[in-house]
Design a protein around this ligand. Structure first.
Ligand SMILES: *Cc1c(COP(=O)(O)O)cnc(C)c1O
Length: 421
C-alpha cells in the first residue's frame, strides 16, 4: 500500500497534486511520500516485535538525507556501504551506534572515518578485510565491533545481478569456513566479535531461500557459541521483494517475514538486525515525466518521454517492470492504446516498457512510473549530459525540493580545461 492515489482525477502524493509539483519543479522528478516510508518502516518494527531488534534502512536504495532523517527520527538504524553513505547517515542525525557498515571492499580510509565517527558494527566480508580493520582500529586506539558475513550458498531465485548468497558470488566467507575465520577474528587485537551477518540477495519474492539461509545461521550460532564466541547479534540482511506489477504479483508481507525470523532464530536470545531497502523505499517513490512526442512506428507507437535510462536505469539494467500511470486519470472504460515507452537517450536500451497498454496519451501529458523510490534516484547519472534528476519529498499537504535540479552552468563548471590545452 502507498499514498499515491487519484483525487478529483489527478494523481496525488498524499495531499499534493503531482501536476502542481510538475508545474513548479519541471519534469522529470522523483517524488517520495513520507507516509509511505513511515508505514513501511513500522511494518518491519511490528513484524519483529517483541524480539529485541534494529531495523537498519539500506541507504543504497534511496540515500537523500531528508529521507534518511525521516526514517532516522522514527528510530531506524542505517545500513551503509561506503563512507559517503556513512556521512549521509550522520548528516541526517543518526547516531553512530545505529549505523552498520556493510560492503565487500571497505578501504582503510572508510574504516577510519567510521571508527572515528562511531559505528554499531562492521559487517566484514573477508579475512584480508578483517586483518586490515584490526590494524586500522589498533592504530586509532579503538576496538571495532564486527559481524562476519557468511555466504550460506542458497539460491535466492532472483535476478542474477542481485543474487548474492550463492557460493560463486563475491560476498561473504563460505559458511563452512566460518569456525576457522571466527577463531582468527577472536585473536586479532583490534576486533570484538559481536555477531553473524548474512544477506542473500534482493527482490526476493519467496520466503523459502530466507528460511534455508536463516536455518543455517541458527546452526552456526550454536556452533560458534560452543566454540566460545559471544554471538549476541544476528544481522539478517535485506532483500524482501515488492510488487512491481501490481496486477499480478503478491510477494510475502513483512509480517510473514517476521514470523519466519521468529520461528528460525527467535529462541537464540540474540538481537536481530535487518537491512531492508527496497521494501521501505520502493513504493514510497514515483518518477514523474512528461510526454515529449508520440511517434508512430512501423509496429506500434512510441511514447517518447522526458525521463530516460540515466534517470531510472532499472528497466535497462535489470529488465525491470515499472507500472506506468497517467497523472490525469483516464475516464472510466477508456480503451487502452499499446505503446513502447522510451526516453531520449541514444541507446535502444533506453526503453522503459515494450507493448504496454496505457490510456491514450498526447504530447505534454504527465505520466508516473510507480515503485521508483528504490534504486531510482541513487542510480541516476548525467549520461548524455542530461541534468541530474531532482527529488521532492511530500508530507501531508506540504512538499519540498530535497535535491534541486542542477543548472547547465553548474554541470559545465564541474569540468575544467587544463592550462596547457
Ligand atoms: C542491497 C543490500 C541490502 C538491501 O537490499 P534490498 O533488496 O533493497 O532490501 C541490504 N543489505 C546488504 C548487505 C545489501 O547489499
Amino acid at each position: 500500500m502507498d499514498h499515491f492515489l487519484y483525487h478529483k482525477g489527478t494523481l496525488h502524493a498524499e495531499d499534493v497534486s503531482l501536476a502542481e509539483i510538475a508545474a513548479s519543479v519541471g519534469t522529470p522528478f522523483y517524488c517520495y511520500s513520507t507516509a509511505t516510508l513511515t508505514r513501511h518502516f513500522r511494518l518491519f518494527q511490528e513484524a519483529l516485535s517483541p524480539l529485541p531488534h534494529l531495523v537498519c534502512f539500506a541507504i543504497k536504495s534511496l540515500s537523500n538525507v531528508a529521507v534518511l532523517k525521516t526514517l532516522g527520527d522514527l528510530g531506524a538504524g542505517m545500513d551503509v556501504v561506503s563512507a559517503g553513505e556513512y556521512l549521509r547517515a550522520k548528516a541526517a542525525g543518526v547516531p553512530g551506534e545505529r549505523i552498520v557498515f556493510s560492503g565487500v571492499g571497505k578501504t582503510h580510509e572508510e574504516m577510519r572515518i567510521a571508527l572515528e565517527g562511531g559505528v554499531r558494527q562492521f559487517n566484514v566480508e573477508s579475512e584480508p578485510e578483517m586483518r586490515a580493520l584490526s590494524e586500522v582500529a589498533v592504530s586509532l586506539g579503538k576496538i571495532a565491533p564486527i559481524a562476519i558475513r557468511v555466504n550460506p550458498d542458497v539460491d535466492a531465485k532472483t535476478h542474477a545481478k542481485i543474487a548474492t548468497g550463492k557460493k560463486e558470488n563475491k560476498f561473504g566467507i563460505p559458511i563452512t569456513r566460518a569456525p576457522e575465520v571466527y577463531a582468527e577474528a577472536a585473536r586479532l587485537p583490534g576486533l570484538e566479535v559481536v555477531g553473524i551477518d548474512v544477506h542473500i540477495g534482493s527482490q526476493l519474492t519467496d520466503l523459502a531461500p530466507f528460511e534455508q539461509a536463516y536455518q543455517k545461521v541458527a546452526d552456526l550460532t550454536r556452533t560458534l557459541r560452543a566454540q566460545g564466541h559471544a554471538i549476541r547479534r544476528l544481522d539478517l540482511g535485506g532483500g524482501l521483494g515488492i510488487p512491481y506489477e501490481r496486477a499480478n504479483s503478491a510477494p510475502p508481507l513483512p509480517s510473514e517475514y517476521g514470523a519466519l525470523i521468529k520461528r528460525t532464530l527467535g529462541d537464540l536470545g540474540c538481537e536481530i538486525e535487518i537491512e531492508p531497502g527496497r521494501l521501505i523505499s520502493g513504493n514510497a517513490g514515483v518518477l514523474v515525466s512528461r510526454v515529449i512526442y508520440v511517434k508512430s512506428g512501423e509496429e506500434r507507437d512510441f511514447l517518447i518521454v522526458d525521463a530516460a535510462m540515466n534517470d531510472l536505469v532499472r528497466p535497462s539494467m535489470y529488465d525491470a517492470h515499472h507500472d506506468i500511470v497517467p497523472v490525469t486519470e483516464a475516464a472510466p472504460a477508456t480503451e487502452a492504446h499499446i505503446y513502447d515507452v522510451v526516453g531520449p537517450v541514444c541507446e535502444t536500451g533506453d526503453t522503459f516498457a515494450k507493448a504496454r497498454p496505457l490510456a491514450p496519451l498526447k504530447a505534454g501529458d504527465l505520466i508516473a512510473f510507480r515503485s521508483a523510490g528504490a534504486y531510482g534516484a541513487v542510480m541516476a547519472s548525467e549520461y548524455n549530459s542530461r541534468l541530474l534528476v531532482p527529488e521532492v519529498l511530500v508530507k501531508d499537504d506540504q512538499y519540498a525540493i530535497i535535491r534541486a535540479r542542477p543548472t547547465y552552468i553548474e554541470m559545465l563548471n564541474r569540468d575544467s580545461i587544463p592550462e596547457w590545452l
